[in-house]
Design a protein around this ligand. Structure first.
Ligand code: PLP
Length: 387
């Protein structure tokens, strides 16, 4: 029986930071509605505005361009719509292009129908095929409206980093709009909306140590915006009605400040732990396949397959060893489905794959115990094969 748990599933959600917890509790106890003009309301509004400034600063955007949502999934559903506006004028979008490895929040296409969507391919290295995207954009029929392209900055399963800046140049050359899913990259890579040259960024609080239930759509400017998804009282300048989740937003702001400070040093320290763990895994089972290994990857992610180790049984085996890891993206039912990311990379989606994802508070002991669990689990498989 293992008493101390080892949390190796930071890409599913990161542990709540102390600073985020404090901000969350402080604001949760405040009385006012942020839209009220009285002192109580203004005090909550001030907390939201401070968080807005922190998040904007973290990605080099303007505070006025941050629209808070309930999370990245809602931000994706806000951004992925055939109905945009340029100021007051309607700006129709003819087709949505999503990569084969986008997170389901984007892959499902938001407010587009399946007939209005195209999927652009990814190589076996996990990197999007920009030549294929360019060919698709060259053939885009502008009669129905502009092209809208969704691309993630880093993949949640493999950690592979995508060439967003090159994609932005391409999309803009074809008169299109780019929405970048920066959920997994936030806090792990420096993010600058200007340098990335994207029209929109999507971020999520709980992936960076903030509370669950807050996220944001961040725009480059103020004139180009999607038609709102949630209508009502006109909060957030009409872009997202409803009383803001002020406590979660305050926690998000506190986490964003930490996420964007000292990113490079933190990433380098995490990469050392991850790389030495991968070297150990390969020493134990040389045939271990580390997906996206030869591509530029997030420093914290290892998505691997070992022959004979199924996703479901592998997760349970590690869980019994006290190690919490996952089979890729955490879907709502908790069941392990086929990985559309592996499928997008041209691999057998039923191939068992497991994801280890770590964070700033992961220790060397955590890594050693995970490697020891890997040694025992794969040893049992080898024994069963030999029998
Ligand atoms: N995009 C990526 C890359 C993710 O990993 C996730 C969460 O798993 C999401 C979007 C959705 O984020 P949220 O949980 O805030 O809706």
């Amino acid at each position: 029986m293992v008493d101390r748990r080892i949390y190796m599933d930071w890409n599913a959600t990161a542990p709540l930071l102390e600073e985020a917890r404090e901000a969350f509790l402080r604001v949760a106890l405040m009385e006012g509605n942020p839209s009220s003009v009285h002192r109580e309301g203004r005090a909550v509004r001030a907390e939201i505005e401070a968080a807005r400034r922190a998040i904007a600063w973290a990605v080099n955007a303007k505070p006025a361009h941050v629209t808070f949502t309930s999370g990245a999934t809602e931000a994706a559903n806000l951004a992925l719509t055939p109905d945009f506006r340029m100021g007051r004028a309607a700006l129709p979008i003819g087709r949505l292009y999503v990569s084969a490895v986008e997170h389901k929040a984007f892959f499902e296409g938001g407010r587009f129908t399946a007939a209005q969507m195209s999927v652009y391919p990814v190589g076996s290295d996990g990197v999007v095929d920009l030549t294929a995207l360019e060919a698709m954009l060259a053939g885009h029929d502008k009669a129905a409206g502009l092209p809208l392209v969704a691309l993630m900055l880093a993949n949640n399963e493999t950690g592979v980093i995508q060439p967003v800046r090159e994609a932005a140049a391409l999309v803009h050359a074809h008169g299109g709009i780019l929405v970048v899913d920066a959920v997994q990259a936030f806090g792990r890579l420096p993010i600058d909306i200007e340098a990335l040259d994207t029209d929109f960024l999507v971020v999520s609080s709980h992936k960076i140590g903030g509370p669950k239930g807050a996220g944001a759509l961040i725009s480059r400017g103020e004139t180009l915006m999607p038609v709102p998804l949630i209508r009502g009282g006109g909060q957030a300048k009409g872009h997202r009605s409803g009383t803001e989740n002020a406590a979660a937003i305050a926690g998000f702001g506190a986490a964003a400040e930490i996420a964007a400070s000292g990113v490079e040093a933190r990433a380098a320290a995490i990469a050392i732990l991850r790389d030495s763990m991968e070297a150990e895994m390969l020493a134990i089972v040389p045939e271990t396949v580390i997906h996206g290994r030869w591509s530029e990857r997030l420093p914290n992610t290892t998505f691997f397959s070992v022959e004979g180790l199924k996703s479901e049984t592998g997760q349970i085996a590690f869980d019994l060893e006290g190690v919490a890891l996952s089979a890729g993206s955490a879907c709502s039912s908790g069941k392990v489905g086929e990985s559309h990311v592996l499928k997008g990379m041209g691999l057998d989606p039923r191939m068992g794959a497991l994801r280890i994802s770590i964070g700033p508070s992961t220790t060397e002991t955590d890594m050693e115990r995970t490697i020891a669990a890997f040694r025992r689990i794969t040893g049992r498989i080898a024994k069963a094969h030999a029998a």
